[in-house]
Structures are given as C-alpha cells and as structure tokens.
Design a binder for this molecule. Structure first.
Ligand code: CU
Length: 164
C-alpha cells in the first residue's frame, strides 16, 4: 500500500507534464461529509504533508485533510508559501492508461465536512520550490478563501508520504 502511494505520488508529479496541454479549467468539488464535532478551531488540518522534491526537481505535491468546523461552506481560492513560487490546486484524471492533471480554480469544504488532498486525487501542486526542503522541515502554507480570509498551517516535509 505504501509502495502504491509512493508510485502514485511520483505519478502525480509526472502527470503534471501532461497537463500543460490541458487548456480548460473546471471546477471539481471534492466532498466527503463526515461528523466533525470540535469547535474553537474553524479549519482543522490533519496529516498535512509535502513530499520532498525529487532530485533535480523544484516541484512537488502536498496532501492533507481539511475539516471545516464552521457552520458555513468554505471555498479556498488560493494557496501560497514563502520559498515556493506558486501553489495550485490540482485533481488527477484517469483516462484509460493515461493519468493527467487538471487545475482546479477552487476547493470547497462544506459546513461540517471535509476536503481531502490525497495521492491519486485532488492535491496541492507546488512549483518553484527554492528554499531548503529537507525532510522534517515545516512549510507554512496559507490558504485564502473566496471571502478574503486566510488560514495558515504547517505542512511537514517528508520523504515518504503516509496517508490514512
Ligand atoms: Cu498536480
């Protein structure tokens, strides 16, 4: 299973090359309703990870579960981090034997629900990683919502992506 995830993470990166030709943007909302009961924290990040860039690469992928503990849907429209030129929301498209990516213009998290960035699915795509991205370093990523709020969280840089 772990091997599959590693291959998938590598495939996520490789497939990005194929998406350069994909012109259309479309909105894909990943919704998994689940029972979140904690209050106080509005958006909770679980298992936030960024994979160490492969040798010679300056891009990589990020994964996390985002729980929305508020009573309103939250739409994430942008993400940024110091030391990274650009972060995009992507989803993975399986088209026969071809795996490719499409950029998403936003990610919606329903009230009381969650959005999942995971290997083989929606993910964060990081371009131009020019800081020190050795393992165990924390990368702080700030997400901007459609109504202009910001949510920041540390993503741990890891060589091996474990996801549950
Ligand atoms: Cu991607």
């Amino acid at each position: 299973m772990l091997g599959d995830i590693q291959e998938q993470a590598a495939a996520d990166i490789a497939a990005h090359e194929a998406m350069r030709n994909v012109v259309s943007l479309f909105v894909f909302t990943l919704v998994m309703l689940s029972g979140c009961s904690r209050e106080a924290v509005s958006i909770e990040f679980v298992n936030a990870r960024v994979r160490t860039p492969l040798p010679g690469q300056d891009k990589s992928v990020g994964y996390a579960r985002l729980h929305n503990h508020t009573s309103e849907a939250v739409t994430l429209v942008a993400a940024h981090s110091e030391g990274v030129r650009a972060i995009e929301f992507h989803t993975t498209i399986y088209d026969g034997d071809v795996v490719r990516m499409q950029r998403l213009k936003d990610i919606s998290i329903p009230a009381g629900g969650e959005a999942v960035f995971e290997p083989g699915g929606a993910h964060l795509m990081l371009f131009g990683m020019h800081a020190d991205f050795s393992e165990k370093r924390d990368l702080r990523v700030t997400f901007t919502t459609a109504d202009g709020r910001g949510y920041g969280h540390a993503f741990t840089v890891v060589d091996v992506v474990e996801f549950d």
